[in-house]
Design a protein around this ligand. Structure first.
Ligand SMILES: [Zn+2]
Ligand SMILES: [Zn+2]
Length: 405
């Protein structure tokens, strides 16, 4: 016999010691997770489950409780669905405007929590394939209003009515919680990393995605990720100023990336680690109000957590690596601690080079830093730049028929 499974919190990895006293169908580790879920999802369904859809009201043994997301209602609803002997949905039980719904997916896992679902959730909606044998689909209908109480983004993304069900068991409020995590993750994969998909066939530059604490703690991304983004980003203004790097001659462009929906309104564990690199490269004004006495606790600044995930590239289009950014960060952190712009004027490229040398010595043996060149020694390796290097004094180009630059 296998051990009985530990019943976990619906919001995190901790044991779910407490069960919701009203619906009795969802467990939490404690007050914080319960409140997080209540405010986002649970309050919309908790009472409806106990009041209108108790198991004692099951119309027949072949009926299972499902969750219905009407196209035009202000929240998700429970519903009873009948199943035939072969496990197929009995279409006569379909609520409202669900004629013609088809299965879109079967969700067996909540990736956000890294957990296999007790009951796989079937997800059905109205859609048509864009082309024969194509994966791409278009939904039939308008933005789903019942998802609007949970996330505006999900409401816009998912169109038409949807049904979540299991042919073999009842769904309840914890199924809805899993479903919200799953739909959010799907949304983030499709939209939040869109810059990656938009680079196909276009010129790109390599930068670093510095993830905010929520993306690291809740979505389990690395602190720094190497990313290729459209080259045209270098002609756009930086959303966040990077004064210290400007001073030493490595101007950067910092772009904010929307928060992952997956951690929206979730509790983040307190940490002493400064969340992102972006903070130290920029927002000098934030740490330096006019009345500053020169000593400001930059780590305690509330603007740090609000800044979120950023992507950092160089204005000159040369690549930036995670290891370089980490050292740039520690340099800016050290210099920002001077905390007065007058002192900043004394920051030089030489200071950075010294800092670089020390940091590389400190990180010797760490494979992330192996062979990393200083931001001052990075070459622009585009084919165009390579051919430019071959132009000779006589004005005749040695390779190809590339015109003068
Ligand atoms: Zn919890
Ligand atoms: Zn409840």
């Amino acid at each position: 016999m296998t051990e009985p499974p530990v019943l976990l919190c619906a919001m995190c990895d901790a044991p779910g010691k407490n069960v919701c006293s009203i619906c009795q169908t969802i467990r939490y580790c404690g007050k914080i997770c319960q409140t997080d879920d209540w405010n986002q999802v649970h309050k919309h369904v908790c009472k409806a489950l106990t009041r209108d859809y108790p198991i004692s009201e099951r119309p027949s043994p072949s009926h299972k409780r499902a969750i219905y997301f009407p196209e035009n209602h202000n929240k998700p609803l429970f519903t009873w669905l009948g199943f035939k002997k072969d496990g197929k949905l009995d279409e006569k039980d379909l609520p409202g405007d669900n004629e013609g719904v088809q299965d879109l997916a079967v969700f067996g896992k909540n990736d956000l929590l890294g957990r296999t679902l007790e009951r796989p959730i079937f997800w059905a909606g109205k859609f048509k394939r864009d082309e024969e044998e194509s994966e791409a689909t278009s939904f039939v209908g308008a933005s789903n209003r019942s998802l609007l109480v949970i996330d505006e983004e999900l409401s816009i993304w998912w169109k038409g009515p949807f049904l979540a069900y299991s042919p073999t068991s009842d769904l309840d409020t914890s199924s809805l919680r899993h479903l919200v995590d799953i739909l959010r993750r799907d949304f983030d994969c499709q939209t939040n990393d869109l810059y990656k998909k938009n680079t196909e066939g276009y010129a790109t530059v390599t930068g670093v995605r510095a993830n905010c604490i929520g993306d690291v703690q809740i979505v389990h991304r690395d602190d720094f990720e190497s990313v290729d983004v459209p080259k045209e980003w270098i002609s756009e203004p930086s959303a966040i100023q990077t004064p210290i790097m400007d001073l030493i001659g490595i101007p950067l462009i910092v772009r904010q990336v929307p928060h992952a929906l997956q951690w929206k309104n979730r509790h983040i564990k307190p940490t002493t680690t400064p969340p992102t690199v972006g903070v130290f490269l920029g927002q000098a004004d934030e740490y330096m109000p006019a009345e500053s006495n020169g000593i400001i606790d930059i780590l305690a600044s509330s603007s740090i957590t609000e800044q979120g995930t950023v992507i950092v590239i160089r204005k000159d289009g040369k690549p930036v690596s995670p290891a370089q950014l980490e050292i740039m960060e520690s340099f800016c952190k050290e210099k920002a601690a001077l905390a007065m712009t007058e002192l900043w004027d004394r920051i030089t490229k030489v200071d950075f080079e010294e800092h670089w040398k020390e940091a590389m010595e400190k990180n010797a043996g760490d494979e992330d830093f192996e062979g990393v060149v200083s931001p001052f020694d990075v070459y622009d390796r585009t084919p165009c730049a390579q051919s430019r290097l071959t132009s000779i004094d006589s004005g005749v180009l040695q390779i190809g028929s590339v015109g003068p630059v």
